[in-house]
Design a protein around this ligand. Structure first.
Ligand code: IMP
Ligand code: MG
Length: 179
């Protein structure tokens, strides 16, 4: 799997050191409010597991499953909610966790949908943020790393559902991406 990478951007220990910092920030910000984490599956699974174990606060966890990619490397724009019941967010302080902020269409749709149910507050935490002009205006409140406009895999991020279990994050070799 590692051979399919053009180069490694962040190795496992580097990712975990950064999670220590984000977790400390979140713990400070929410020390006096009960947090409800909404993790966006499947990309945020590994990030979520490592991050939440570093936050020593009482919190609730829910997951949400959306499809926005359809197997390619560019967002199709339409976001389909794959589950019928959305998590109950009314009157709660919500922190949405996702793997990567790319076009922003996915997080924008999720945020708007959750806001319809009148949460007390909504913040967004992403492991990666691509430095690009975004189709949708979304700001992440907590960002692990900023990256360029490249397609990355590993540590939860996939290409056609593969590479999620790579312990590092790296750029996938271009010739492996179907044009
Ligand atoms: P957005 O709606 O364009 O912001 O991106 C939505 C989803 O696309 C993310 O949650 C990822 O699952 C996927 N995605 C975007 N960029 C990448 C990438 O570089 N590698 C793997 N998945 C990506
Ligand atoms: Mg994906």
């Amino acid at each position: 799997m590692q051979d399919d990478l053009e180069r490694v951007l962040f190795d496992g220990p580097t990712i975990l050191r950064r999670l220590d910092e984000i977790a400390a920030q979140i713990s400070t910000d929410y020390h006096d409010r009960e947090l409800t984490v909404i993790a966006v599956l499947n990309g945020s699974l590994i990030f979520m597991a490592d991050l939440l174990r570093r936050i020593p606060l009482p919190l609730k966890l829910d997951c949400l499953s959306v499809a926005s990619y359809h197997g390619g490397t560019r967002s199709a724009g339409e976001v389909v909610f794959k589950q019928i019941m959305l998590p109950d967010v009314a009157g709660r302080h919500i922190l949405i966790l996702d793997d990567i902020l790319d076009s922003g269409l996915t997080l924008n749709a999720i945020r708007r949908k959750l806001e319809e149910a009148k949460p007390l507050s909504v913040r967004v935490c992403v492991l990666l943020e691509k430095k690009i002009e975004r189709a949708a205006r979304v700001e992440a409140d907590y960002v692990g790393f900023e990256i360029g406009n490249e397609f990355v895999v590993g540590y939860g991020l996939d290409y056609m559902e593969r590479y999620r279990n790579l312990p590092c994050i790296g750029v996938l070799r271009k010739e492996l991406i179907a044009s």
